[in-house]
Write a protein that binds this ligand. Structure first.
Ligand SMILES: O=C(O)C1=C[C@@H](OP(=O)(O)O)[C@@H](O)[C@H](O)C1
Ligand SMILES: C=C(OP(=O)(O)O)C(=O)O
Length: 459
């Protein structure tokens, strides 16, 4: 059971002046999970530079180690994974604990499915509420067995097999995690496994599989895409340089837009088009942002993102854009409170099954801050105001993105914004507070700010 309740740490942000500077955000979370996993399934060694050293990723690293892969942090900060080859992982001695990470748990289900071993998957209180049926259903049709039959949430004991059968699977939900779990399982099945998606979701698994030597094709299919993988092909360990996470960069960019006279450069950010919906939306809202120094790193497009203070206007964000900015809606919703007019965000059903129900958490928190927001079905509407009051303590529900989004909003509200627990930020972006402070943002523990103020009164 998680000991999370004991570590709860509130954090407060206050109206900030000019933010400026150049920062480097930590490595992309999605690519980091995949580099560790493919490294473990490959022959030979995979050296990873820029790996995100956050809780979600460390959980995946520990799970792979428990399954027999070699995972080590080198003295220079790079990580080396010693692969066991396809099908070479072994039964773990204890539970595989994925903490707060949906990606880690779901991708690793595809890996365990292809090995003749049993593993008990578990996670924290948030992860234990999240739906796993979306991954278990296709994996079961390939041959995975579940000890707790009929159960779709963790903890679960999964029993894999050396005899997976390939499937052709049409994604019922737009999810890169489901797509990736099926493709990873497909590595172990003899013949072609294919996944059909109607909206293109992040494609890091496909790209990295190809890079490690898998036989994989991606073709247009009935208005969407069909990804086909030939099973039982050896993967070869490769060097991987992980670029900065655009989902983490989003918080710094957003902070620059809503604080006066700000100018921030976030360097070395992944700008794969399956991940840049937030930046596209910001441009439509009139934000002063630009991609500079565009280049390619390990087969992924990378750029430095510059953001300056901007007058934003409300826009309609179409449902088709949701997969490419799925984790950025909390931040966008917070920004929309300060844009002129209405922002309508459509097609957000998936937000209800993230680390928290993000639609509900955003509406509740925004309304508590004096903003105007409501959710109807899978649409979120926010009406911008010239000023937002703030002055609330936000319930973050063990959700890192809710915590970071409200801390950014608090830099521009009239009164400070407190989040009830900032500890979950460590799951994806442990350097958040340091980097925000480095560019000039005012973030402190709630008691700390009032002590400082009191100290000043006596000076
Ligand atoms: O594949 C991935 O790395 C991810 C996919 C997305 O989840 P879904 O697959 O549930 O959309 C995203 O929200 C998550 O942060 C990372
Ligand atoms: C949804 C997220 O991650 P995961 O699904 O891996 O928990 C996220 O980081 O916003």
């Amino acid at each position: 059971m998680s000991t999370h309740a004991a570590d709860v740490r509130p954090l407060m942000s206050r109206k900030s002046g000019r933010l400026q500077g150049a920062v480097v955000v930590p490595g992309d979370k999605s690519i980091s999970h995949r580099a560790l996993i493919l490294g473990a399934l490959a022959e030979g060694r995979t050296r990873i530079t820029g790996l995100l050293e956050a809780e979600d990723i460390l959980c995946t690293a520990r799970a792979l180690e428990a399954l027999g892969a070699g995972v080590e942090r080198d003295a220079d900060g790079a990580w080396t994974v010693t692969g066991r080859g396809l099908g070479g992982l072994a039964a773990p001695a204890g539970d595989l604990d994925f903490g707060n990470s949906g990606t880690g748990a779901r991708l690793m289900m595809g890996v365990v499915a292809g090995h003749p071993l049993a593993a008990r998957f578990t996670g924290d209180a948030s992860l234990q509420k999240r739906p796993m049926g979306r991954v278990l259903a296709p994996l079961q049709s390939m041959g995975l067995a579940i000890e707790e039959e009929g159960r779709n949430t963790l903890p679960l004991t999964l029993v894999g097999t050396g005899d997976l059968v390939p499937i052709s699977y049409r994604l019922p939900v737009p999810s890169a995690q489901v797509k990736s779990a099926v493709l990873l399982a497909g590595l172990f099945a003899s013949g072609e496994t294919s996944v059909i998606e109607s909206e293109k979701s992040r494609d890091h698994t496909e790209k990295m599989l190809r890079y490690f030597g898998a036989e994989i094709s991606v073709e247009p299919f009935e208005g969407g895409l069909r990804i086909a993988l030939e099973g039982r092909r050896t993967l070869q360990g490769q060097p991987v340089a992980v670029p900065g996470d655009p989902s983490s960069a989003a918080f710094l960019v957003a902070a620059a837009l809503i604080t006066p006279a700000s100018d921030i450069l976030v360097k070395n950010v992944l700008v794969n088009p399956t991940r840049t919906g937030f930046y596209e939306t910001l441009a439509e809202m009139g934000a002063d942002i630009s991609f500079e120094n565009e280049r390619e790193v390990s087969g992924e497009p990378v750029a430095d993102i510059r953001a300056r203070t901007s007058e934003l206007r409300g826009v309609t964000v179409p449902a088709a854009r949701a997969p490419s900015m799925i984790d950025e809606y909390p931040m966008l919703a917070a920004l929309a409170t300060l844009a002129e007019g209405e922002t309508l965000m459509e097609g957000l059903a998936e937000l209800r099954v993230k680390e928290s129900d993000r639609l509900a958490a955003m509406v509740d928190g925004l309304v508590a801050c004096g903003a105007i927001a409501h959710a109807r079905g899978d649409t979120l509407t926010v009406l911008g105001l010239p000023k937002v009051r703030g002055g609330a303590t936000i319930k973050t529900h063990m959700d890192h993105r809710i915590a970071m989004s409200f801390l950014v909003l608090g830099l521009a509200t009239e009164e400070p914004v407190t989040v009830d627990d900032a500890s979950m930020i460590a799951t994806s972006f442990p350097e958040f507070r340091t980097l925000m402070q480095q560019v000039g943002a005012t973030l402190d523990e709630p008691g700390q700010a009032s002590n400082e103020a009191r100290g000043k009164d006596h000076e």
